[in-house]
Design a protein around this ligand. Structure first.
Ligand code: ZN
Length: 79
C-alpha cells in the first residue's frame, strides 16, 4: 500500500510510511518479549511509551523527538 501510495503521490503515503517504520520497531520489541518468555523471564523495562501520531513505541523514556514522525516527547503516552 505504501509503494502504491508513493507511486500515486497519494497523501496516504505519509501515514503508510509512518506505519511501516513503526512496525519495524514493533517487530524488534515482539522479538525481545518473545526471547524473554523463552528464557522464562519478563521484560526488564516496564515503562512503555507510545507516539500517538505514528504508533512508534519506546521503552524506558520517550525520545526527545519521535524517530519516525518527529513528534516531541511531550506527546508520548505512557502505556
Ligand atoms: Zn511518532
Amino acid at each position: 500500500m505504501y509503494e502504491q501510495a508513493k507511486q500515486d503521490n497519494h497523501k496516504a503515503k505519509k501515514m503508510f510510511g509512518y506505519a511501516l517504520e513503526a512496525e519495524k520497531v514493533h517487530a524488534e520489541l515482539y522479538e525481545k518479549a518473545f526471547q524473554a518468555v523463552k528464557d522464562g523471564k519478563d521484560l526488564d523495562e516496564v515503562n512503555i511509551y507510545l507516539c500517538p501520531i505514528c504508533g512508534h513505541i519506546e521503552l524506558g523514556r520517550p525520545p526527545k523527538n519521535c524517530p519516525v514522525c518527529g513528534a516531541k516527547a511531550s506527546v508520548y503516552v505512557q502505556l
